[in-house]
Ligand binder design. Structure first.
Ligand code: PRP
Length: 182
C-alpha cells in the first residue's frame, strides 16, 4: 500500500504518542465518571480501539454508522445515520469519537441529534481536524492533529473502502483516485 501514497503525513509512532496523550487528557477530565464512548463507524474503528485502551477509567462503548462520502473523495453533503442509541445515551456523559472532521457536517448532525435526546454532557474527540474545508460550525473538544486540505487514508480512513488497514496516515497519490473517478 505504501507505493500508492504520495507522502506519509503521520506515521504510526506519532499517532500512537498522540493517542496516549488524548487518553490521558480524557482520563483526567472524566475522573469519577463512567463516560459512554461512541465510535462513529467505519473510519473511527482503528482510532477508537487504541483510544479506549489509553483511557484509565471505567468506560462503556457504543457504535453508530454514519456515512457521507460514498465512493467520492469529497463529501456528498448528505449524512446517513444508522443507530439505535436513543435510550442508551439518555443521562450519560457521551464522547463522540471521530477519525476526521472535514466539512463538519457529520459531527454537526450527530451532535444536534444527541443533544435533543437528553445526554448529560457531550464532547467530541477527533483524531484529525481539517479546518480549511469546514462548512458547518463545529469544533472538537479533543483533537489529535490539525491537518492541511489533502486527501488522507490509513489508520481507519478509506478511499472507496480501501486502505483502512494501512497503519500510518498517508496522502494518496492523485492518480489513485482520479483513475477510479473516470
Ligand atoms: C468520514 C469520516 C467522518 C466524516 C467527516 O466518514 O469518518 O465521519 O466523513 O467528514 P465531514 O466532516 O465532511 O462530514 P465517511 O462518510 O467517509 O464514512 P466512513 O467513516 O465509513 O469512512
Amino acid at each position: 500500500m505504501r507505493e500508492d501514497m504520495r507522502d506519509i503525513l503521520l506515521d504510526r509512532a506519532e499517532i500512537a504518542r498522540r493517542v496516549k496523550e488524548l487518553g490521558r487528557q480524557i482520563t483526567e477530565d472524566y475522573r469519577g465518571e463512567t463516560p459512554l464512548l461512541v465510535c462513529i463507524l467505519k473510519g473511527s474503528v482503528v482510532f477508537f480501539a487504541d483510544l479506549i485502551r489509553a483511557i484509565d477509567l471505567p468506560v462503556q462503548l457504543e457504535f453508530m454508522t454514519a456515512s457521507s462520502y460514498g465512493s467520492a473523495t469529497v463529501s456528498s453533503g448528505e449524512v446517513k445515520i444508522k443507530s439505535d442509541l436513543d435510550e442508551k445515551i439518555f443521562g450519560r456523559h457521551v464522547i463522540l469519537v471521530e477519525d476526521i472532521i472535514d466539512s463538519g457536517r457529520t459531527i454537526a448532525y450527530i451532535r444536534a441529534d444527541m443533544l435533543k435526546k437528553g445526554v448529560k454532557s457531550l464532547r467530541v474527540c477527533s483524531l484529525l481536524d481539517k479546518p480549511d474545508r469546514r462548512v458547518s460550525e463545529v469544533a472538537a473538544d479533543y483533537v489529535g492533529f490539525t491537518i492541511p486540505d489533502e486527501f488522507v487514508v490509513g489508520y481507519g480512513l478509506d478511499f472507496d473502502q480501501m486502505y483502512r488497514n494501512f497503519p500510518d496516515i498517508g496522502v494518496l497519490k492523485p492518480e489513485k483516485y482520479e483513475k477510479t473517478a473516470d
